[in-house]
Design a protein around this ligand. Sequence first.
Ligand SMILES: CC(C)(COP(=O)(O)OP(=O)(O)OC[C@H]1O[C@@H](n2cnc3c(N)ncnc32)[C@H](O)[C@@H]1OP(=O)(O)O)[C@@H](O)C(=O)NCCC(=O)NCCS
Length: 162
Amino acid sequence: MTIRPYREHDRARLHEITAASFQDASLHGKLERMYGLLRGSTWAERKCREIDDDIAAEPEGVLVAETEEGEVVGYITTTTDEMSGIGRIPNLAVAPDCQGQGIGTQLINAALDRFDEMGMELAKIETLETNEAGRGLYPRFGFEELVRQVHYIMRMQDAKRL
Ligand SMILES: CC(C)(COP(=O)(O)OP(=O)(O)OC[C@H]1O[C@@H](n2cnc3c(N)ncnc32)[C@H](O)[C@@H]1OP(=O)(O)O)[C@@H](O)C(=O)NCCC(=O)NCCS
C-alpha cells in the first residue's frame, strides 16, 4: 500500500469510495434516512460535494491510499491553518471491502506527518457519536475529546415562532 498525494484523475474514485462508505458516518446520510431526498439530491451527491470542497480548499492536503495494482482504496483530506496552528482532518474513508486492514491507520499517520512538516501544533478530527470505527480509532493516536456538538433539524412547516 502506498500513500501518495491526490491527483485530479482520482476524483471519480474518491466519489465512489465516499458513496460506498459514508452513509451511516455522515450527517447527510442520516438526514436522508429521516427526510428522504432533499430537492431531489441524494446524501451521496452532497457528501461528494464536501469532498470536492476539501480538494478545492487544499489540494496538496489530500492523500490517497493506492494498492500495488494501482487501485485507490482510501483517502484522507487535510487542511492547515497558519493562524491557529491547527491541522484538521475533515474527511477520511476506506472502501468497505478494504476496511479493517490498517489502511485508515496509515492514512491518519500520513496526515499527522504532514501536520508535523507544516509546523502545526494541534491536530483536529471530528466523528459522529454513532461512528464506532472513528471512536475506536482516533483516541489511539492521542486525540482527546474536546466537546460534543448536537445537530438539530426540523421541517420549516413545523417551525414555531415564540
Ligand atoms: C473509519 C475508517 C476510515 C477506518 O478505516 P480502516 O481502514 O477500516 O481502519 P483500520 O483498519 O486502520 O482500523 C483500525 C481500527 O479502527 C477501528 N475500526 C475499524 N472499523 C471498525 C468497525 N467497523 N467497528 C468498530 N471499530 C472499527 C478498530 O478500532 C480498528 O482497530 P482493530 O483492527 O485493531 O480492531 C473506515 O471504517 C471508514 O471508511 N468508515 C466509513 C467512513 C468514516 O466513518 N469516516 C470517518 C468519519 S469521522
